[in-house]
Structure formats: C-alpha cells, structure tokens
Design a protein around this ligand. Structure first.
Ligand SMILES: [Zn+2]
Ligand SMILES: [Zn+2]
Ligand SMILES: [Zn+2]
Ligand SMILES: [Zn+2]
Length: 641
C-alpha cells in the first residue's frame, strides 16, 4: 500500500478498532430537572452519549434512533448532564419552535434558550455565550457563513462580516435531522464543518448504514481521525481540508492533488462502490460496520416496543369505485399513459424518459382524487405565478435547479429517490427542459413573493379558477365527507388529520368540508414557522376545530401532534410515510384510514407498497431506500403491462 510508507500509523487503524472492546454502557438516572419520565432505553441512550464524550475518541457520535423515539429528549437530558455552555442546536426551520418548546416545558426552565433566527438575532458573542442553548436553522447558519466568506453587497460595496456563531467555541454542537449535510460539498455542509466545539452530535432517523455515500459528511463533521483526513502519498502531509489554493500544489506540502488520498474514500467508499458484493467490497463493509459500532447508536420502535407501551394503531383501507363520469376521464388518461409507456418500453428508452413517466404517474394520481386537478390545472404558458415543475402546484419550500426551474423540495427529493439506483448511471432530467437535473437539495428555500391570500385560499388556488357554484365533488372527497360525518355523529370532540400530497386537492377538500359544517385548519409548506406553530396550536387547543388538513410535503419533519386520533390519507405513495404521525406522546389509540379508488392506479400502488414491504422485511436490516425506489419492473406493474 502506497500510503503506509509515509503514514505507517495507518496500518493498524482497523485492527485497533476491532480489538478495542466496548465498555458496558451505564444507563443514567432520571435527571432531577427533567419533568418527563425517561424510558429505560432512553436512559441507556443517554448513558451511551455520556460515555462517548468521556471515553471515546470520537467526542460525540450519531444518535440514529428511529423516528418517534425521543431523540430530542435524550439530547436535552445530555445537556442537563453537565450543564456546560454554550451549546448550539442546528435544526430545520420547521423543528425550531418544537425544540424550544420541548426544552422549556421539560426542563422547568433549567436551561436558558436563545432563538438565533430571523431579524431580531443577537449580534455579539458575549450575549450569545450566556445561554445554555442557542437554537438556529441550517439556512441561518449557512447564510451567516456565506456573508463571512464571500461578503454581501450593501450600497454597491462588498462587506465581509464575521459570523458570530462561527466565532464562538461551543461546548456541544447538535445537528438535528443531520442528513441536511449529506452532500459534503454543499454550502450547508461546508458551513457546518467550520464550526468549533468540544463535542459533536448528529441526530438522524434514517438508517445511515445503507447510505455509505452520505456518511462521510457526518464523519467529517466529527473530524474523526484518521477517517475524515486527506493523506499525501509522497510525504507525511495530513490534512482535514482539501487545500490547493493555486489548484496545482498542496498548500501544506507542495505535492499534486493526485498525490493526496481521502482515507474514507480509499478504505470504505470506493471499494464498496466498485465491488459491493465481491471480496473487496465485503472487507470494506466490515470496516464500515466496525466504525459505525463505535460512533452510532440506532434502536427501532420494534426493539423497544415494551418500553414504549405504544397505543394500538389500526390501519383500514376504504375502497371506492369511480362514478361513471370520473371513470371516463380516467380511462382516457390511463389508455394514453399506457400507450406512451409501452412506446418507451419498446424503444428501450424507459431509463431516458423518467421525467415523462413521473408526470404520467402524477397525473393519474391526481385524477383519482378529482378530475379537476388535471382539467383545471394551471396554465403554465403564461407563467406569471411560479409553479413546481413536478406537481404543477405552487411550490412549497421552493428550491431552484441549475436549469433555473423551480420545485417543491419534497417533490424533488421524491423524484430523485424514485429513480436513484445508487449506481450513478441514472441521472434524472428536468421534466420541463430535459437538461440533467442538478439541484442542491439542501439549499435554503427560495424567498417567493408573499403568497397572497383571498380568505383561506391563495389567489392562485384552484378554487379561484373554477366556477364553484357549478362545481361537482368527487368520489374521493365524498368518501372523506362520509367518514368525517359518521365520526361527528359518534363523538363531536374527535379530531382528525387529513393528509394529501396535493395542495390543490386540499383546497377543494377545504371548500367542501366547510360547506358540510366542519371547522378546518390548514398546514402547508408555504407557511412560515410561526404560522405553522399558530396552526398547530389552534388545532390542539380549540375544541371546535376538528379537522386538520396537512400537505404531506409540509408534514415531513418534527410534526408532533398528539391530539389527533383519526387520520385519513387521501393519496397513497409507494413509500409509506405514516410513521410521522405515530410518535411518542401519542397516548390515545390511533386509527388510520386510507382512501383508495379501486379502479385506478391507487390500488396498484397499494399492492406495490405491500410487495415492497414484504421484500424489505425478508431481508436483514431496514433498508428503507429500497421502498422509495421504482424499478423498471415496478413501473411495468403500475402500468399493468
Ligand atoms: Zn506531500
Ligand atoms: Zn499535502
Ligand atoms: Zn411540487
Ligand atoms: Zn429545467
């Protein structure tokens, strides 16, 4: 091995890792200041975190418990364990208020909290350092780093200002939803790598062991030595950053870029990518597992079910048939779609036409909810109001691609996931301009012009494009109305959440339910954190509000609704996302009803989902990414070929 002549210490890294026996974890006692009773597996988890900080070389780690197992509360208990400050928590915007609320309510104000976000941020380090916990978002942190590095223009003058969160030496840094930095070269990741602290923690609910490519960012964040370092093959040069200011020679040693190796790429990533199931790949997988054992803790709800004492959850499927008129519209759409798909199959060009196929699927799914979603869809030709190029709705949590087209972040994530085979061969195209779709999924969301509202509906809402006096409901909507009316007759206080992928559909549902006398509240991705907070509060505290309409794109992160006991999922997706409503703190039995139109693509999607679930359960580990993907075989199944 070329490296070992210059860096002999690297020879024994894996052997040492293998031979170092893990010490038994001592679960912590319930902290006096914590008002919430910790569950046994949580006490163990905190014990593990304390041990990582005291005894382990990694000075932190990854807490990767499945969603809904209290990663936040375990982290808060860790903060209480030594009370040194300041600590920095970086979270997605939607989770920020949740963090603040949980710290305040569960610690009896034992920890002081500052929200470093928005216009009224503190602007000196001394005041900020006085707080036990500073909460900020990925985009605020990235923004202030960008101003420091590249400056910002003010009256034509370029001003560089020090980022104060980068100036502070933190006691701990905690990354919530740490997959926000999974792309190591994105600006958010770079801004995170430049923060300073004694200890570093990542929280993530996704099973990382299946996403080798994304793990580097977390290892780099922890500055794990030697795993995240670059080594020169010609001299003892060793560096955590790639420093080639003149692009030709290493700033440290003067040797060429090609003389330098990233230890992680060399030892783990490349062998697995090159040769996943061969000998070389298997050796690398073993190394990866060794490393993860030392730095990551992941438990599933199934493993801890006894501790959790989860209330029963039942899922029922309500199946309805299209009425004649709907079926006519759907049939012609379906026939047309199958014809197009068959052509792609015959030409052998399925792989090149994912954008088109995705659009066909999207249309069929929308049409199963209400034909108006297709026939009254927004005319994009005079594109005054921005729409997402994937779902044709006003973009939620909007991001922009290199080709300048705009998408909902969630639409883009799903689009990528559906066609990502991990081999890097399939590069999806932009559905509009067919350029290779290149987009930084972790970019801060676009500042769109204020979404003008006309009462409860935005100016661009489908309700304002239809003559509602002549409007006809749909089978799907009437099924929902029937279910909710039945519930109301049983118990007027019962609260329901209604999920859909499509904001336009929720507009129609809102209109119809209001006329049936239901008081509804909306939550979608275009709302600010404070608006969301107000909506959630209103639903939880106001007895007359019984229905919460949530866009699935908005419900993704840290939504902790404990009040609802009924859930309706209006449109199925091949990746079951129901888990997000089944969280800790849910003390009432929950019943989930999925509304399916039997003679549409929806029944196929449900079958596909069941097939995939069975496949995943029969393999070891919990590879959720397989659920999200659509193989050519899956597509043939959906198009009934
Ligand atoms: Zn060198
Ligand atoms: Zn060098
Ligand atoms: Zn979209
Ligand atoms: Zn484009």
């Amino acid at each position: 091995m070329r490296l070992s002549s210059q860096h002999p210490e690297l020879d024994t890294v894996w052997k040492t890792l293998e031979e170092t026996k893990a010490l038994p974890v001592i679960p912590i006692d319930q902290p006096a200041e914590l008002s919430l009773d910790l569950l046994p597996f949580q006490k163990y988890g905190i014990g593990w975190m304390v041990q990582q900080e005291k005894l382990n070389d990694f000075k932190g780690g990854v807490l990767a418990d499945e969603m809904g197992m209290g990663k936040t509360i375990q982290t808060i208990a860790l903060l209480l364990s030594d009370k040194k400050k300041p600590n920095l928590v970086i979270a997605p915007t939607v989770a920020l208020i949740q963090w603040k609320r949980e710290i305040e309510t569960h610690t009896n104000n034992a920890l002081s909290v500052n929200l470093f976000h928005g216009a009224s941020k503190l602007d000196d380090t001394e005041s900020l350092e006085k707080y036990d916990v500073v909460l900020t978002t990925y985009s605020t942190m990235e923004n202030s780093f960008r101003r420091q590095e590249f400056g910002s223009r003010r009256k034509g003058e370029l001003i560089k200002e020090k980022s104060i969160i980068h100036k502070i030496h933190w006691h701990r840094i905690i990354l919530d939803e740490a997959h926000n930095i999974k792309d190591r070269s994105c600006n958010t990741a770079r801004a995170v790598f430049n923060l300073n602290s004694n200890f570093k923690w990542s929280l993530s609910g996704t099973p990382l062991q299946n996403r080798v490519g994304e793990l580097y960012s977390l290892i780099r964040f922890m500055q794990a030595d030697p795993f995240s370092y670059y080594f020169c093959t010609k001299c003892p040069c060793k560096s955590i950053t790639w420093k080639f200011t003149d692009r030709r020679n290493c700033d440290e040693c003067g040797h060429k870029p090609m003389d330098h190796l990233c230890w992680w790429n060399n030892e783990v990533l490349k062998p697995i990518q090159r040769d996943g199931h061969g000998d070389e790949g298997r050796v690398a997988m073993k190394k990866l597992r060794l490393l993860l054992d030392k730095m990551m803790l992941r438990r599933t709800k199934l493993e801890c079910a006894d501790d959790l004492g989860l209330p029963p959850r039942t899922v029922v499927v309500r199946r309805d048939m299209f009425n004649e008129e709907e079926e006519d519209v759907y049939k012609s759409l379906f026939t047309d779609s199958v014809r197009k798909f068959t052509t792609y199959v015959e030409q052998g060009s399925v792989l090149n036409n994912y954008a088109n196929i995705f659009e066909l699927l999207m249309k069929m799914r929308q049409s199963a909810n209400h034909p108006d979603l297709i026939t009254k869809k927004k005319d994009n030709s005079n594109n005054k109001q921005l729409v997402c190029m994937l779902c044709n709705e006003p973009p939620e949590d909007a991001i922009v691609a290199a080709c300048k087209h705009v998408f909902c972040r969630e639409c883009c994530v799903q689009y990528y996931q559906s066609f990502d085979y991990g081999d890097g061969i399939v590069k999806p195209n932009c559905p509009t301009c067919f350029a290779t779709l290149s987009v930084d999924l972790s970019q801060p969301s676009l500042e769109l012009p204020e979404n003008e509202r006309d009462g409860m509906y935005s100016k661009t809402s489908i309700v304002n494009r239809i003559d509602m006096s002549k409007w006809r409901s749909s089978t799907k909507i009437e099924a929902l109305v029937e279910e909710l009316t039945k519930l109301r007759r049983q118990d007027k206080t019962i609260k329901s959440i209604v999920f859909s992928q499509f904001v336009n559909f929720l507009d129609l549902v809102y209109w119809r339910l209001s006329r049936a006398g239901f008081e509804c509240i909306r939550l979608d991705g275009s709302m600010s954190p404070r608006q969301r907070d107000a909506a959630i509060n209103c639903f939880m505290t106001k007895p007359t509000v019984t229905v919460f309409l949530i866009s699935l794109k908005a419900g993704g992160v840290a939504l902790n609704l404990t009040e609802a006991s009924r859930v309706f999922i209006c449109d199925p997706w091949w990746n079951p996302a129901m888990d997000r409503i089944h969280r800790l703190g849910q003390h009432r039995p929950i019943k989930i009803t999925r509304l399916i139109i039997e003679n549409s693509i929806e029944s196929r999607i449900v079958q596909l989902q069941e097939k995939k679930q069975a496949l995943v359960e029969s393999t070891i580990g919990n590879d959720n990414s397989a659920l999200e993907r659509l193989s050519v075989e899956d597509l043939r199944f959906l198009f009934v070929l």
